[in-house]
Ligand binder design. Structure first.
Ligand SMILES: C[S@@+](CC[C@H](N)C(=O)[O-])C[C@H]1O[C@@H](n2cnc3c(N)ncnc32)[C@H](O)[C@@H]1O
Length: 210
């Protein structure tokens, strides 16, 4: 049984639940519109796009978005909501099928915190590779302060746990210093917010490649 396709998205895409969701409710990037407005309105990659809140946000402000996810269920729903967007099934732990310097912007909202140390290092290298010089990386990840919300976590390595059917990395400042060494920090804020009506403590970030 595949966690993201069969457990997470099939449950969350139950029609009644979907009808009750405000599609754009948890968009946090508006707070940083002064930074977002500086990014040239070119090509954008939405990594782990889910049903596409951020795809819609960045498409609506003028970006040409490619939306990628490992879950066909999520991509199918995104395509039915936003038919004009290009979707592609992609596993973030593998090499990306894009040439160097393809994107002006990469977005990864709550989607790069599922991987062990080596896979996370490789992923950040791939993100850097496919970003143009001057390109931006915008996203969010779970904070290590959410440890108390995990259900019977089993530690796999530092900051990395198995919780029931899935793996999760919980981030602190030191991990940003390590994984984002080759990026320039523009925004890094730890915030308490809600997502799908549950409390969430997460890091919001905007980095740039010079
Ligand atoms: C918490 S959801 C966030 C979705 C969306 N970005 C949002 O803000 O609503 C995490 C997403 O990451 C995707 N994902 C998990 N592992 C992945 C992988 N190895 N490669 C690509 N996508 C993955 C899941 O299918 C899911 O859509």
């Amino acid at each position: 049984m595949d966690y993201w396709n069969d457990i997470y998205w099939k449950n969350n895409l139950n029609k009644n639940k979907l009808e009750n969701l405000d599609f754009l409710k948890d968009i946090w990037v508006d707070k940083y519109s002064d930074v977002i407005n500086q990014i040239p309105k070119g090509k954008c990659l939405d990594l782990g796009c889910g049903i596409g809140q951020y795809t819609k946000y960045f498409k609506d402000i003028g970006f040409d978005v490619i939306s990628c996810d490992i879950s066909e269920e999520a991509l199918k729903t995104l395509k039915s909501n936003i038919p004009e967007v290009h979707i592609e099934k992609l596993d973030m732990t593998k090499n990306f099928p894009f040439p160097d310097k393809s994107f002006d912007l990469i977005v990864a909202n709550l989607s790069i915190h599922y991987f062990d140390y080596e896979a996370t290092k490789k992923l950040l290298n791939e993100i850097k590779r496919v970003l143009k010089k001057g390109g931006y990386f915008v996203g969010s990840v779970n904070s290590d302060k959410t440890y108390k919300f995990l259900i019977e976590p089993k530690k796999i390595e530092d900051n990395y746990y198995k919780e029931m059917d899935r793996f999760v990395r919980l981030w602190n400042k030191e991990q940003f210093d390590d994984f984002f060494k080759k990026f320039n920090k523009i925004v890094l804020e730890e915030v308490t917010t809600t997502r799908w009506n549950k409390i969430k403590i997460m890091w919001e970030f905007i980095y740039k490649i010079d």
